[in-house]
Design a binder for this molecule. Structure first.
Ligand code: GDP
Length: 473
């Protein structure tokens, strides 16, 4: 098959169609952070956003695109040589293959520069020529933002809180092995490396099991998303029960030093070098996945979001406040994978997203950032249909099941009109939804017929307009 035709030129690179670019044109850049907990949909979001900015046939709500003012768009070498490049071509190749598959998810930080030549609008037309806008997209795990509170904690306080959390009802079932190991550990004894590794391994396994069960608060963030630090001493520690005697060679003191190193070499540089330099931010949430996992997962997602969003508005005495350079002035909260629902329910999903971040959003507004909540699908994997069940018309979505490869029709359950019906049982600690079951099927990516107009999506153009539309005006 003709690869170029199939992908419609979405792989276009520097230099093509760009005669005269870069010579004396006015340039500016906008740094867009893309985050969310693992599996929230960051990789698919960025891949589809870039594909749809390169080919703008499906972006009517992005004004500059609809008005034909984006004269050219192209990928450029990124200005920052120390961070890996977002593997756009690999991810797009996965989605546009003859047998499409979902790309590999975000495991670390990466970045990509997309540059656009944009014609001026309104009054400026005729006065000035086109200019170049560089969009620097920074992809990073939301788990890393959960580390911020650790900066204000000592090992002693963190240990106490982390052990209490592991013993809480929602988590204890996943923490059994770690807690048993902790009980059998005397932290006043000298450090030996195999014990350190076993403890760190059991603690990480507990965090991973909690995450797999849909729980979101899993700090320290690098334990599940180590990036290139896997196996390093800065990640080889765990919370401990504080012993009476703690001399310099004890396990306690060794882990205390490693905890301090984690703050110094992991958390500090990330916030200073990357987070503090963002202009705009999109926070992706798999709200549907959490609803499917039950009230505890929803409450956990809510509290993780509150922690994540606290980073955008640190208190004045926070360690972060003085290093935040330019302030993020727009934050989008997007509930992803809306293609699992019939459009009749999209508004309700957006309302759930909005309710999930309500408190935190009020704080962001207070700091002057504009915020919005949307439900989106970065890559639409389904079509809508109405079927008759027991004489009643039911709105469903159809797609190819990822597990069986068969086409399936899904009615995932009605979301309530009032998001409080989801949030309240979650807040009160219910273990299950009382009257409804929500189902989620993982769909395979759609087989795309050579389009040349970008990837199919839901409201990605609105998301883009909110995030960068003003910079293209
Ligand atoms: P990341 O961990 O945040 O980078 O998440 P990914 O972007 O890798 O997405 C995780 C998984 O969610 C994918 O493998 C898909 O199964 C699913 N997914 C993400 N975006 C969409 C979407 O727009 N529609 C559908 N149906 N599934 C999606």
């Amino acid at each position: 098959m003709d690869f170029d035709r199939l992908t419609g030129g979405l792989f276009r690179r520097v230099g093509e169609a760009l005669d005269g670019l870069g010579s004396g044109l006015f340039e500016n850049s906008v740094r867009l952070g893309v985050t969310g907990l693992s599996r929230a949909g960051k990789t698919v979001f960025i891949t589809s956003l870039v594909a749809n900015l390169l080919e703008r046939g499906r972006m009517p709500q992005l004004r500059a695109a609809a008005e034909g003012r984006i004269q050219a768009a192209y990928l450029q070498p990124q200005p920052d040589h120390t961070i890996p490049r977002f593997a756009y071509e690999d991810h797009l190749a996965a989605l546009t293959a003859a047998e499409p598959h979902w790309p590999e998810s975000t495991r670390s930080i990466s970045t990509l520069r997309l540059s656009m030549r944009v014609a001026p609008t309104g009054l400026l037309t005729g006065w000035s020529g086109p200019r170049v806008v560089h969009l620097d997209i920074v992809d990073y795990p939301g788990e890393w933002l959960l580390d911020l509170p650790l900066m204000n904690q000592e090992f002693r306080d963190w240990s106490r809180d982390a052990i209490a959390a592991a013993r809480a009802p929602a988590r204890a079932p996943h923490a059994g092995a770690f807690l048993a190991l902790l009980d059998a550990t005397d932290a006043s004894r000298p450090l030996d490396e195999p014990t350190a590794r076993t403890l760190a391994g059991a603690f990480t396994a507990y965090l991973a099991a909690a995450r797999a069960a849909g729980l979101s608060s899993v700090a320290p963030g690098r334990f599940l998303m180590p990036g290139d630090l896997e196996g390093s001493p800065a990640l080889t520690f765990s919370p401990l029960v504080r012993p009476e005697v703690r001399d310099a060679t004890s396990l306690w003191r060794a882990f205390d030093r490693r905890f301090a190193a984690y703050k110094r070499v992991v958390i500090d540089p990330f916030f200073r070098n990357h987070f503090a330099r963002l202009d705009r931010q999109v926070v992706l949430m798999d709200a549907l996945g959490a609803i499917h996992d039950g009230p505890r997962a929803v409450e956990d997602l809510r509290s993780a979001m509150a922690e994540i969003l606290a980073c955008f508005r640190p208190g004045e005495r926070s360690w972060l406040a003085p290093i935040l350079g330019r302030r993020i002035d727009r934050i989008l909260f997007a509930a992803t994978k809306a293609d699992h629902l019939h459009h009749a329910q999209h508004g309700r999903l957006a309302a759930v997203a909005e309710a999930l971040v309500k408190d935190a959003r009020a704080r962001a507004l207070f700091s002057g950032a504009e915020t919005r909540a949307l439900s989106i699908a970065s890559l639409r994997a389904t079509v809508e249909d109405t079927v008759t069940r027991n004489g009643r018309a039911v709105d469903v979505v159809r797609g190819r099941s990822l597990d069986t490869g068969e086409e399936v029709a899904l009615f995932p359950g009605d979301l309530p009109d009032d998001p409080a019906a989801i949030l309240a049982p979650a807040r009160h600690g219910s273990a299950d939804w009382t009257d409804t079951a929500y189902r989620v099927t993982r769909f395979a990516p759609p087989k795309l017929l050579g389009t040349g107009e970008g990837l199919p999506h839901i409201r990605l153009d609105r998301a883009a307009e909110f995030l960068i539309g003003d910079r293209l005006a």
